[in-house]
Design a protein around this ligand. Structure first.
Ligand code: SF4
Length: 679
């Protein structure tokens, strides 16, 4: 008799789909499908994940621990035993702890899996117990979170499912059909009820094609566009009562809008003034308006400020207090899990150094102390980090001991001293929240790990033992770790512990059945929506939300392009991107420009071109398409460097520099030239 096991997709995607794996009598997974019972994901997975079982059985899967035998970066390894791997790692960490201290050890968790036990959602307690440096996971969305925190206090401003009640929907920097596809049926339901759907994005992607309106603004000018909308709404009709009773600083902010006339904003954003006026009036008159804010727009020098400004739009109309109105960037804040109890920060010996994920090369150059051990888990920074050349140089250092814990030999794994085989989602226990809905998923292991693969939690239990550690918390089982996560009043008072979640497979976050988080008060210290913020001013971001130009994106220098590297339709980040079938179906790396730009710059359509700047370059095939507005080049991220002619990918051109808030990455604030390849 076969059996069905409920789990969840582990990838870095807001949908956090519930799935069902059928397992036969021999313990083999025979089928993967979406869980039709899940109220949000409703039985669907996606093109990226439908072949998950096939990927997990790919012949290139890592099955045994290995040690490096070639030069760093060469990718030559030989098999060793787990005993040898663990004793090597334990001895190295003990030596570093004795000579340089925990600050010289960098546990580098990536977004390959975003769960709590095996992924990046919470820091495992082992690292706190040895006092390793903290890892600031800045690669994805941090700038937007910080920006929004200054106004409303939380990025979870509405239930995304409530867009069915919206009359105007702004999909802002969100290619919903590719990167948040389970929201789309709710959008379509709203549209069937008469809602107007607008995509605001420099790229005319699949979602923009399907929307009622597309605002193809100049890259990096989102804040100016939002201020232009606010300017129009100020005249067309604001919600005076809401502004008086529920906000602070409105008069100051309103006055600052004088300079953002539609004509000036049209110039900044390169969109028609009429479009700004019409959309502003629509928002004023045809609410509630829902804004689904994607991460792409905040990967700019002033990305945090941009998200801060956009969050002001629903405050002018009071839409934050109307069902179907407001802004959602991430629903993560709604979950209230006990990360502290899971991570056991109380075990830390006292050192507090933080190293920043998107500053990998720069922080590896620090000498206070120098990082001596880099433990990469679920991350592929050679592909995913900005500043590819510098990252490779630092990973190639002889004095850096690098461990890569992964299911495949990624581009980063080629630099490992120890390469350790990890389980994948069907083979381990996991707890998954979502940043796109309000259900908590349980992932039950469906099958035994192949070869000698182990989960992250098991690896760290074994490592604690190998290092002679005795703290009982380090040997907690996965079920005990999950119980610690759920040990908060929110979940306890609802009677939800591990058993309840495990038997249900997924559960809605208690208290969110009718989720309007700002109906009574905002999540700021004052409880008000703060147009003006003393805290932002003290932090150097200005008292009022404002437009600040990007570093490179909006320059429009002749013959150069703002390079945007959006998500591929075939993989999430770089997960499985180098697996045979994925490289075939995603095709060779491309860079897309509009026909006019190709002609004006005499670019060779259909041929390989070099895309680059003073940071580096990569080679891709030049494609002409309507997705790119003038001045923009599009090169999807995620493909492994092994897929590129010349061995460099998009991030050879990006800048390892912090955004304005939270040390976020600035992937899309990137100017390149495109040139023919001689010969
Ligand atoms: S990548 Fe996203 S849409 Fe695809 S299965 Fe995973 S959670 Fe669902």
């Amino acid at each position: 008799m076969s059996r069905d096991v409920v789990g969840a997709c582990p990838l870095d995607c807001p949908d956090a789909c519930s799935w069902v794996i059928t397992v036969d009598d021999d313990g083999k997974a025979t089928k993967l499908r979406g869980n039709a019972e899940h109220p949000h994901t409703r039985g669907g997975l996606c093109v990226k994940v439908n072949p998950f079982l096939e990927f997990s059985r790919d012949p290139s899967r890592l099955l045994h621990p290995m040690k490096r035998v070639g030069a760093k970066g060469e990718g030559r390894f030989e098999r060793i035993t787990w005993d040898e791997a663990l004793s090597t790692l334990a001895e190295r960490l003990e030596h570093i702890l004795a000579t340089d201290g925990g600050d010289a050890i960098w546990p580098f968790d990536g977004t390959g899996t975003v769960g709590y036990l095996q992924g990046v959602a919470a820091r495992h307690r082992f690292w706190n117990a040895i006092g390793a440096a903290r890892h600031h996971a800045s690669i994805c969305s941090i700038s937007g979170h910080v920006g929004i925190s200054y106004t409303s206090g939380s990025a979870a401003g509405m239930d995304p499912e409530d867009v069915v009640h919206s009359r105007t929907i702004l999909l802002w920097g969100s290619n919903t059909l590719t990167s948040n596809q389970h929201l789309w049926p709710f959008v379509e339901q709203a549209r069937a009820n008469g809602a107007h759907v607008v995509v605001i994005d420099p790229i005319r992607h699949r979602t923009a094609e399907r929307a009622d309106e597309h605002v193809a603004l100049r890259a990096g000018t989102d804040a100016a566009f939002a201020l232009g909308l606010c300017h129009v709404i100020r005249s067309a009709g604001v919600n005076d009562r809401f502004l008086t009773e529920r906000t602070s600083g409105w008069d100051e902010f309103a006055e600052s809008l004088d300079e953002y006339t539609p004509e000036r904003v049209a110039e900044i954003c390169d969109v028609p003034a009429e479009q700004i006026i019409a959309l502003g009036r629509r928002i004023a008159a045809h609410g509630p308006t829902a804004i689904k804010l994607g991460q792409g727009m905040q990967r700019q020098r002033h990305g945090g400020q941009a998200a801060r400004v956009v969050s002001c739009v629903p405050a002018l109309t009071g839409d934050y207090t109307r069902r179907g109105g407001g802004l959602v960037y991430s629903t993560g804040d709604a979950y209230g899990l006990n990360s502290h109890k899971y991570s056991r920060t109380d075990l830390r010996p006292g050192n507090e150094r933080t190293l920043v994920m998107t500053r990998l090369a720069r922080d590896l150059r620090r000498t206070d102390p120098a990082v001596k051990a880099l433990i990469v888990m679920g991350a592929n920074p050679v592909v995913s980090n900005p500043g590819q050349r510098a990252v490779r140089e630092e990973l190639g250092r002889d004095d850096l001991f690098t461990v890569v814990f992964d299911a495949f030999q990624t581009d980063t794994a080629d630099y490992a001293d120890l390469l350790l085989p990890s389980t994948l989602q069907p083979e381990h226990t996991e707890v998954m929240d979502s940043f796109g809905h309000l259900y908590l998923n349980w992932n039950e292991p469906a099958i035994a790990p192949p070869g000698e693969c182990v989960s992250k939690t098991e690896l760290l239990r074994r490592l604690a033992k190998a290092m002679g550690m005795t703290e009982p918390a380090l040997f907690a089982s996965d079920l005990e770790l999950a119980a610690d996560l759920l040990d908060t009043p929110k979940w306890r008072d609802a009677g939800i512990g591990v058993d309840a979640l495990r038997s249900a497979g997924f559960l809605r976050v208690p208290g969110t059945e009718s989720y309007m988080p700002f109906a009574e008060r905002f999540a700021t210290a004052s409880g008000l929506f703060e147009f003006a913020s003393d805290r932002a001013e003290a932090d150097g971001h200005g008292r009022l939300p404002s437009y600040r130009p990007p570093r490179e994106a909006a320059d429009d220098a002749s013959g150069t392009f703002a390079l945007i590297s959006p998500a591929s339709h075939f993989f999430v980040n770089s997960m499985f991107a180098g697996i045979g079938r994925n490289t075939e179906r995603s095709g060779e790396p491309t860079v897309t420009v509009c026909a006019a730009d190709a002609e004006n710059n005499a670019l060779p359509i259909g041929e390989l071109v070099s895309v680059g700047n003073d940071r580096g370059s990569f080679i891709a095939r030049l494609v002409v398409g309507t997705a790119a507005r003038p001045g923009v080049a599009i090169a999807p991220k995620g493909a492994w460097t092994k897929s590129y002619v010349g061995g460099n990918s998009v991030n050879a051109t990006t800048l390892e520099r912090d955004s304005d808030m939270g040390a976020g990455a600035v992937y899309h604030d990137n100017r390149v030239t495109i040139t023919r390849i001689a010969g």
